[in-house]
Structures are given as structure tokens and as C-alpha cells.
Design a protein around this ligand. Structure first.
Ligand code: NAG
Ligand code: NAG
Ligand code: NAG
Ligand code: NAG
Ligand code: NAG
Ligand code: NAG
Length: 241
């Protein structure tokens, strides 16, 4: 390869990188315009910069791709943009304790590097997308204290790294999928304060012995039967109301 060919190849690669970074910036700008931001926490989000990596509340890796969005407790209101699903390297989506409305976009299931999805204490409605079962890297899935309805997707049984699943204080109905019994890494299962029925599946109870499960809270639902376990590792199982 001649020197000029190499040089133009390098320029092409650099240009591609910049386009890529701008693409993530564009996604965040689309999200910003969907939100109401009364405390101007997003005022450093300048779309004219080559990438979003210097914006406050945004963290990038050394390839200028976004890996964290830290906007918990920021008084933001409005919906989640489906375009957030395009932040391919995102590991932490921290949007808890805001006034976010609307549904959880199905597209968030495309965030296959995500470790933590924290959308708790918002005003989210609609059902939990089954696509979240694609995020095999998830360790923390906290959607509690919203107005989510519908069932718990059985696909969540694919989340084999999950430690905390907290869906408490919503309006979820139906029964607890037995597939959750696949999650040997699960430590806390908080489903209290919903509209769930049925019994805790055998496969889930088995995790107390075979897995890492130390807390199951299903109190304050429409579940039948009573299961109490006073084993050392288990703090609470309350299946009756
Ligand atoms: C939100 O911020 C306020 C004031 O800074 C603080 O008192 C409160 O504990 C925070 N809430 C959460 C859920 O982090
Ligand atoms: C993202 O997810 C949606 C819905 O789950 C899907 O239709 C779409 O093809 C995905 N996009 C990419 C780029 O993977
Ligand atoms: C259970 O917890 C231990 C100690 O935290 C950890 O080393 C182990 O990997 C966990 N098991 C699973 C299946 O995640
Ligand atoms: C379980 O949930 C109930 C009701 O939602 C709550 O009052 C209780 O404190 C929870 N138990 C534990 C151990 O967190
Ligand atoms: C919760 O369940 C009860 C009893 O099955 C039902 O009457 C009620 O409509 C349900 N509420 C929601 C929000 O699903
Ligand atoms: C649970 O309750 C429903 C309705 O109250 C009843 O039909 C069902 O037989 C009960 N199941 C068990 C296992 O007790």
C-alpha cells in the first residue's frame, strides 16, 4: 500500500469514528428534546461538539463511545426516547427518581452491554418489554415504584448474571414465571406491592438452596398460599397478604 493510500484510509477511519461519536451525541440530543429539564442539568449538552464525551452526566470509554448516563434525581420529566437503544456500549443507565412518563421502549433490549438499568421512582406506564431478556450482561434491574402493568416477561429468565430484580410497587399482574428459577446469580427478588397471583414457582424457591437468593418479597399482592422459610440465608418470604 502506498503512503497516500494509507493516509486516506486513516482519514476514512477517523471520519467514521467521528460520525459514530456524533451519532451517539445525536441520540442524546433527541432524548434531551423529549425531556423537560427545569434545573438545566443538561445545559452542557452542546450538539456542536464532535462527541458527547465532555458533557456533564455522560461518561465515555477511550474510544469516545458512551458507557454511562447518570441522571438520577434530576427533576427530568417526559418520555424515554426509543433511540436510547442505539447507545451500543452503554453499561449504566441511571435515570431513577425523576418524573419520566410513558412506556419503557422495546429498543432498550438492544443495549446488550448494560450492567445496570435503574428506572425506579418514575411515572412509567405500560408493560415491561420482553426484549429486556436479551440483555445478558444485566446485574441490576430496578424498575420499582412506577405504574407498570401487564405480566413479568418469562424471557427475563435469560438474565443469568442478574443479582437484583426489583419490580416492587407497580401494578404487575399474572403469575411469577418459573423461568426466573434459571437465575442462579439472583440475590434479591422484590415483587411486593403489585397485582400478582398464583404461588412462588418451585424453581424460584429452589434458588434459596442452589443459588444465591437471600430475599424474596411478594407481600402485598393477590398471591395464595403461604411460604415461610427461616433458613439462615433467607430474610423474608411472605407469600400471603
Ligand atoms: C434526591 O435529592 C435530594 C436532594 O438532593 C435528596 O434529599 C434525596 O434523598 C434524593 N433522592 C434520591 C432517591 O436519590
Ligand atoms: C432494536 O430493537 C428493536 C425492537 O426490539 C428492533 O426492531 C431493532 O431492529 C433493533 N435495532 C438494532 C439496531 O438492533
Ligand atoms: C453467588 O455469589 C458468590 C459470592 O458473591 C459469587 O462468587 C458467585 O459467582 C454467585 N453465583 C452466581 C451463579 O452468580
Ligand atoms: C416486603 O414488602 C412489604 C410490603 O410492600 C414491606 O412492608 C416490607 O418491609 C418488605 N419486607 C422487607 C424485608 O423488605
Ligand atoms: C388487580 O387485581 C384485582 C383482583 O384480581 C382486580 O380487580 C384489579 O382490577 C387489578 N388491578 C390492576 C391495576 O390490574
Ligand atoms: C389460588 O387461588 C385461586 C383463586 O382464589 C384458586 O382457584 C386456586 O386453586 C388457588 N391455588 C392454590 C395453589 O392454592
Amino acid at each position: 500500500m502506498k503512503a497516500w493510500q494509507l493516509a486516506s484510509l486513516c482519514i476514512l477511519i477517523i471520519a467514521a469514528r467521528m460520525v459514530n461519536s456524533n451519532l451517539e451525541g445525536d441520540i442524546l440530543i433527541a432524548q434531551r428534546s423529549a425531556w423537560n429539564d427545569p434545573h438545566n442539568v443538561l445545559q452542557t449538552w452542546d450538539p456542536t461538539l464532535v462527541n458527547p464525551c465532555t458533557w456533564l452526566h455522560v461518561t465515555c470509554n477511550n474510544e469516545n463511545s458512551v458507557i454511562r448516563l447518570d441522571l438520577g434525581n434530576a427533576s427530568l420529566s417526559g418520555p424515554l426516547s426509543p433511540r436510547l437503544g442505539g447507545l451500543a456500549n452503554l453499561q449504566y443507565l441511571e435515570l431513577y427518581a425523576n418524573f419520566i412518563t410513558g412506556a419503557i421502549p422495546t429498543e432498550l433490549g438492544n443495549l446488550t452491554k448494560l450492567v445496570s438499568l435503574d428506572l425506579y421512582l418514575n411515572r412509567l406506564t405500560g408493560s415491561i418489554p420482553s426484549s429486556l431478556g436479551n440483555i445478558q450482561s444485566l446485574v441490576f434491574l430496578r424498575l420499582h415504584s412506577n405504574n407498570l402493568n401487564g405480566g413479568i416477561p418469562p424471557t427475563l429468565g435469560n438474565l443469568i448474571k442478574l443479582a437484583i430484580l426489583d419490580f416492587s410497587s407497580n401494578a404487575l399482574s399474572g403469575s411469577i414465571p418459573s423461568s426466573l428459577g434459571n437465575i442462579e446469580s439472583l440475590v434479591n427478588l422484590r415483587l411486593n406491592g403489585n397485582n400478582l397471583s398464583g404461588v412462588i414457582p418451585e424453581q424460584v424457591l429452589d434458588l434459596i438452596v442452589t443459588g444465591n437468593l437471600t430475599e424474596i418479597n411478594v407481600s402485598d399482592n393477590y398471591m395464595n398460599g403461604t411460604t415461610r422459610n427461616s433458613g439462615k440465608r433467607v430474610t423474608t418470604i411472605i407469600q400471603d397478604a
